[in-house]
Design a protein around this ligand. Sequence first.
Ligand SMILES: O=C(O)CCC(=O)C(=O)O
Ligand SMILES: [Fe+2]
Length: 226
Amino acid sequence: MLPGFVLAPELNRLKKEAEGAKVLAFFCEQSHTAYLSAPISEFPDDHPRNRQVHSSKGCITDDQIREDSPLRTIYDSQEFQQFICTVLGESCLFPYADSLSSINIHFYETGQELGWHFDNSSFAITLLIQAPLAGGELEYVRQLRNSAKGEMNFEGVEAVLNGDSETNSLSFEAGTLVLFRGRDTLHRVTPVQGQRERIQAVLAYNTEPAVSLSKEARLTFFGRLE
Ligand SMILES: O=C(O)CCC(=O)C(=O)O
Ligand SMILES: [Fe+2]
C-alpha cells in the first residue's frame, strides 16, 4: 500500500471526473464461484468449488475515461510502469488490446460488494479515489491455494466462505495505491456501509503485447464487447 500516492488537488479532480462519468457506469449484480469459473457437475452445488457468492457494483471502461484524465497520465507513464516492473519482477507491461479493459473505475454504492474470489491475473493495481464511510474493506486470506501446482484447497476455501477462518482486513484512505497478488490469495470487498460510495480505479496491464480481455469477461464486467 502506498498512501498519498495521489495528493488532494489531483484527487479532487479525479473524484469530480468519476462522479461526472458515473451516469455511464454499467451496474450489475452477479453470482459467481470463488474460482471465477463456471460450476462443474462433478461436485454438488454446495461444494466450495461450486458455491455461489454475490457481487454488485458499477463500472466504467477505458473508452469512457477522458484523454486528459490524471489516471491516463499515471497509466501511460514510463516511470510508473518501470516502478511496477521493478516491484513485481516483470520485464515489460502492455495495455490491453481491447478498448475497454486497461483503465476502469468501479463504483460501490451502499450495500454493494465484491464476493470472495481468486483473481485470474497474477497482479492487480488499484487506486482508491473515494473511501466509503464504513465497510468496503479489502478482506483477504494470504496464499490460500497454490494455482501453479493445481492445488485448489477446497477445505480452506470452505472455511472462509463459512466465516470460520481468520482473515485480514485493509481499509485505506483515498489516494492510496495498492498492489496485490490475488491469484492465490482469496479476497473480497466487504459491503459498503453509509451514504458515501467507494470509488476505486483499477489499472490493468498485461505482461505480453496484443492481449485482449476474454469476451466472456468483457460481457460479464462491462455488459458489452466494445
Ligand atoms: O476493489 C478492490 O480493492 C479489489 C478489486 C478486486 O479484487 C478485483 O477487481 O478483482
Ligand atoms: Fe480481485
